[in-house]
Design a binder for this molecule. Structure first.
Ligand SMILES: NC(=O)c1ccc[n+]([C@@H]2O[C@H](COP(=O)([O-])OP(=O)(O)OC[C@H]3O[C@@H](n4cnc5c(N)ncnc54)[C@H](OP(=O)(O)O)[C@@H]3O)[C@@H](O)[C@H]2O)c1
Length: 299
């Protein structure tokens, strides 16, 4: 099968199209014929070797967490079933024509959902959902700041928080304020501008780094900062220590997200669809930002 591998850590130039044997599913696993692959910011970070100290990968390595396609064989799903899945972050394997996925990480998708949309859902939307539902669990009426609220993780956090009746303050670039309000935020905090409104009860961060630190100083005493970003928020005089949350593949939660996307309750925009061969361009686009939706690869 055609697959993109990294033979070693490095820049986008290490991504190579190659021929690999089709992987075989083991117990509790399913072989999926991949029709679309979601590109995540983490893909480029794994490629660079940012996580090698705690999770070195065997080389050559196939990157890619998010796939959508049809079941070929394996446990619990009939051949031909249309599915989406998040692969395990340590083993990955999505940038290929076929991928082996844990049956517990799979959700079926409706006939009228495109594979591109389905592949855009798993990692980012599970992250946003888990930040809200598993990690923070905010109460209705609480004032929660969500940074990067129009990004792929942020939109999902916004959806999950709104569903709980949270008062959402979306922290976005100043020129996207209207869009954030239309997406369900009650208020908007422009990143880089001083916040003069009421303090926040909690913060959900999807950006990290120094740019969000001034906003975090408006947290009420006892408030929490939960973050998906591996870029530390400078800790000086922050009212709370940021709690990092790492996403976990979960088929039941993914099925819930697929239903929300299918019903129109959770918008998951697709930014660009590129052929698998252009994995390097796709990762560069994701790293550069400014995309109005998910970047998708097609094998
Ligand atoms: N912990 C986990 O398990 C986990 C899982 C998934 C993702 N993540 C991490 O979560 C982060 C977000 O991922 P994503 O997929 O949501 O990325 P994304 O779709 O690019 O969303 C990021 C959003 O934040 C905005 N943003 C970034 N830097 C900004 C800044 N300095 N000022 C204002 N706005 C800024 C972006 O706007 P522009 O596009 O205009 O820059 C974009 O709207 C990444 O760091 C990713 O690695 C972690």
């Amino acid at each position: 099968m055609r697959a993109i591998v990294i033979p070693a850590y490095g820049g986008p130039e290490v991504l190579k199209l190659t021929d690999l044997p089709v992987p075989q599913p083991g117990e509790g696993e399913v072989l999926v014929k991949v029709e679309a692959i979601g590109v995540n910011p983490a893909d480029g970070k794994w490629r660079e070797g940012r996580y090698q100290a705690f999770a070195p990968v065997p080389m050559p390595h196939v990157l890619g967490y998010d796939v959508a396609g049809t079941v070929v064989s394996g446990e619990g799903f009939a051949a031909g079933t249309r599915v989406a899945a998040m692969l395990h972050p340590f083993t990955k394997g999505g940038y290929a024509e076929f991928a082996v996925v844990s049956a517990a990480s799979i959700a079926t998708i409706p006939d009228d959902m495109s594979f591109a949309t389905a592949a855009a859902i798993p990692c980012a939307n599970l992250t946003g959902l888990q930040l809200v539902e598993t990690r923070l669990q905010p109460a209705a009426g609480q004032r929660v700041l969500i940074t990067g609220a129009l990004g792929n993780v942020g939109r999902s956090a916004l959806f999950a928080a709104a569903r709980r009746g949270v008062h959402i303050i979306a922290a976005v670039r100043a020129d996207r304020a209207e869009e954030a309000l239309a997406a369900g935020a009650a208020e908007v905090a422009a990143i880089g501008e001083d916040w003069t409104g009421e303090p926040f009860d909690h913060a959900i961060d999807t950006i990290g780094g120094a740019d969000v630190a001034p906003l975090m100083r408006h947290l009420r005493p006892g408030g929490r900062i939960v973050t998906a970003s591996d870029v530390p928020i400078p800790a000086d005089d922050l009212p709370a220590t940021p709690e990092f949350d790492g996403v976990i593949p979960d088929g039941a939660q993914l099925a819930e997200l697929v239903r929300a996307v299918a019903s129109g309750a959770l918008p998951v925009p697709v930014g660009k669809v590129l052929p698998l061969e252009q994995a390097a361009e796709a990762q560069q686009a994701v790293a550069a930002g400014g995309n109005r939706g998910k970047i998708i690869l097609q094998p």
